[in-house]
Design a protein around this ligand. Sequence first.
Ligand code: SF4
Length: 289
Amino acid sequence: MPESRKITLAKYAGFCYGVKRAVETVEKLKQENPEKKVCVLGELIHNNDVIKSLADHGVKTIETLPDSGEGYCVIRTHGQSPDVFEQIENAGFIPYDLTCPDVKKVQQKAIELVQNGYYLIIVGKEEHPEVVAIKANALQYGQKVIVATNIEQLKNFEEKLKENKKIGVVVQTTQMLSTLNPVVEFLTSVSKELIIYNTICPSTSRRQKEAEEMAKENDLMIVVGSKNSANTTHLADIAKKITNTIHIESEKELAQYKDIIDKTKKIGITAGASTPQNIIDKVIEELNK
Ligand code: SF4
């Protein structure tokens, strides 16, 4: 290790309040209802250790909804479509909604825009569960909904957008501002009336801003968290544009970057919203060895 190595941990690394709330509430739900079954539809967070720990406490993760069941079925922070809520009830479960309040706000804004005749643009990844749920909620009130992350995708709908004149935008909570900005610029040229709700959540904004600042000050950035996690991947993308960056899921992966780590004097560490503190601690411990 270089003698003067400095390791800086981001202030906003690890669980965001939505994830923290979800994990704590599920644990409490099971503790308070030991006789009842509790399952989560989809992974509560993208972290195997947390999923395993929940399973050890009797909280099962299910990928698909069975035809029949009992007890609580938890809706994770990404939210769900109204159809899925109905299917959960029809199957015999009690839905337990842990959609993050910030995601709920996006769903409400999306519904409001469609109800008021705006062509809704959801800036986000079509297949991401949060986006799927925002879209499904909006589609209950009208069919004019597009999901896009870039101008090329929007150009396919240019005529329709021009015809409608009124366009409204919401954003997946974990998107990057650099994805929203060019979309807004394009929409300005095709609309007569444009409403933009920048619904990137405050936790994501703070974390991304901090990652950018840290990347400017460090020779290497280590981003810790699942490679399936949108917000973690975005942190790595932001840092990569500025400095050397590695994205790891745990301290075990550090060995393959030994050469670059050994040569680096200033290392910055940040972590996604679903990365538990103990994993961040282990990464720091390993680096200090
Ligand atoms: S990243 Fe933001 S929107 Fe998603 S769970 Fe955390 S606080 Fe909520």
